[in-house]
Ligand binder design. Structure first.
Ligand code: PEP
Length: 254
């Protein structure tokens, strides 16, 4: 079990323009459990990032991140965002390897690894997403797939870099489908991820790395998932778009 405070993260995907981002935080911030021992992280779309940063201000318990970065710091990459630019805008985290990036945009494990390094170089904490498809799970290959996704990133990573990663286990079949992994399934995979980290990075980093669960997390299943062994937080998509719902999920962790 990791010795970290729970992380409740919201991935807005391609939702919420700047006005909606402002309205979300105006509703959310006063409702956050006072003195709660948790970290909240929100990943707005890039065009809403400045509005979100302005709304959050200097609150230390709410971190903002970007949903994607390029692995180069600058250059002729039309439409892309770099990690140093994200850091300069106030991002503290970068989502890397989300299944939608891997599946819909053809992001390879090699590119994911480069993005993790770019995030670290820019001072961002990468939130690395890993997870198997339904086909892979049914073939009994889930743990192997996740270990391979992790190995692609951790191979050659310095201990200092490894110590700054967060991981989200997101079974692809549970994302946006309403189908959630059983807490026992999540605990099993989280244990396997922790074992991988122990073998690669040693007990200290393994124990301190937050490993979040993601996939159709809602207020009514958050508490059970958060109580599952080795689950240090949740990464929430659809249910993070509504401030009241997101606060309910945060309350489940406090
Ligand atoms: C996600 O996009 O990371 C996610 C887990 O989505 P949802 O909660 O909507 O399944």
């Amino acid at each position: 079990m990791a010795m970290t405070r729970p992380v409740i993260a919201g991935n807005w995907k391609m939702h919420h323009d700047a006005a909606a981002a402002r309205a979300f935080f105006a509703e959310l911030l006063p409702e956050l459990p006072a003195g709660a021992d948790l970290t909240l992280a929100v990943f707005p779309p890039a065009l809403s990032f400045a509005a979100a940063a302005d709304a959050v201000g200097a609150r230390p318990d709410v971190l903002l991140g970007v949903q994607n970065i390029h692995w180069e710091a600058s250059g002729a990459f039309t439409g892309e965002l770099s990690a140093p630019m994200a850091a300069a805008a106030g991002a503290r985290l970068a989502l890397v390897g989300h299944s939608e990036r891997r599946q819909l945009f053809g992001e390879t494990s090699r590119q994911t690894a480069l993005k993790v390094r770019a995030a670290l170089d820019a001072g961002l904490a990468p939130l690395l997403c890993v997870g198997e498809t339904l086909e892979q799970r049914e073939a009994g290959a889930a743990e192997q797939v996740v270990r391979e996704q992790l190995a692609a990133v951790y191979d050659g990573l310095s201990p200092e870099g490894a110590a700054r990663l967060l991981i989200a286990y997101e079974p692809v079949w549970a994302i946006g489908t309403g189908r959630t992994a059983e807490p026992s399934d999540a605990a099993g995979m989280h244990r396997s991820i922790r074992r991988f980290l122990e073998q690669r990075c040693g007990g200290e980093i393994a124990g301190a790395t937050p490993v979040l669960y993601g996939g159709s997390v809602k207020p009514d299943n958050a508490r059970d998932l958060l109580s599952a062994g080795d689950v240090d937080g949740v990464l929430v998509g659809g249910a993070s778009l509504n401030a009241a719902t997101f606060v309910e999920i945060a309350r489940a962790a406090s």
